[in-house]
Design a protein around this ligand. Sequence first.
Ligand code: ISC
Length: 406
Amino acid sequence: MLSELDALTDLAAPERPFDPQQHALFVSGQRCYLAQHPHHRFTSPIDNHETLVNTLETELAKCPSEDAVVFGVLPFCKSEQAQFLVSDHVQTLDKSHFTAYLASQNKLDGVRFPELDNVHHRQSQTQYEHAILRAKALFEREELEKIVLGKQVDLYFDDALPKGQVLANLLQQSASGFPFSFPTESGATLLGVSPELLLKKSNRAIFSNPLAGSAKRTSDPAVDVQRQRTLMNSKKDRFEHAVVLVEMSQVLEPWCHQLHIPSVPSLLSTATMWHLSTEVEGQLHTPATHVLALANRLHPTPALCGKPTQHAYPWIKALEGESRHFFSGIVGWCDKHGNGEWVVVIRSSEINGRHARLFAGAGIVHASNPTAEWLETEAKLSTMLNALHATTAYRQVTQESLLETA
Ligand SMILES: C=C(O[C@H]1C=CC=C(C(=O)O)[C@@H]1O)C(=O)O
């Protein structure tokens, strides 16, 4: 189906106006996959791989069309439910056409962009850095090798956020990555541009592009080059990255008769960050293996959770103090042949009315510096802050609250 989707002729514009409350979007490369004909919705537990795949196949079978596709989002935590939306068929649009279409739709709607009123860090800088110190004590006791600690930030605007405009901004500002928009059951929309491909499966072929190890980009080209070099040579970041690959190769190897994992990472850039990146490729023993059977086994990798996974899980909840829900889960699509593409829910936000909740996390290892990790999470918020036209106001509000607490 993936190759069939790719072969479809692009439409110049969607069949109907794009509605982020109803329709789902997943962008891969220059292709926008658009679900505008939702057939039905369903939920599924994700703690059992067979149950998850059986549920998906049963629900897809209810849709008579051979081209039916499921879009969905899996939560970070295995004890929570995934949400799915089945669509009779998927439209494919060229990314630049869809971006131009969305921009003109918003212009016609005469959208005024709301202003940021208020910011609430659900974990303060002090709490976040304290959590890192507690994690480092766990490394000392050899209970953990790595843990990814995240924070959530609530932004309140003076009016309802125009989700279509936010999506258009995300598409415009991101030459790379995987923009997505998924309407959740609560009436919110999960929107973002993930830089990280967890798994793409097309018949026998699988691809993955894990990222771990980060540096903030800068507009000064010479300094930006220096930051790439520093990242590439950073023992701490190389270790953070290597832990992810060891774990992923253990999961993937039994399923593949060929698996290629380069021994040295490369660099991947987003509009705002540099990351250590590895392109993993494999050939499955069985082409019928369902993309989510494998993606759900990989998820969450130590790029979002830690090592060992089972130990890191409860510590994340304890140290962050709340559930991540869909943040650092996975979002994507699959078809009746078990093909599909799933990316990690990062550089994203959940938007509902005038409220946007953002998430950012950082991989913590023995050599981590708490303040540097906090600043890394601040830098990772930029993708969404820029799309929300809130970067300057956010900096002002957070500086003011720092002065107040000083
Ligand atoms: C958890 C996030 O990033 C992950 C992906 C890339 C690099 C990461 C890092 O260097 O810590 C994280 O593992 C996030 O963006 O919220």
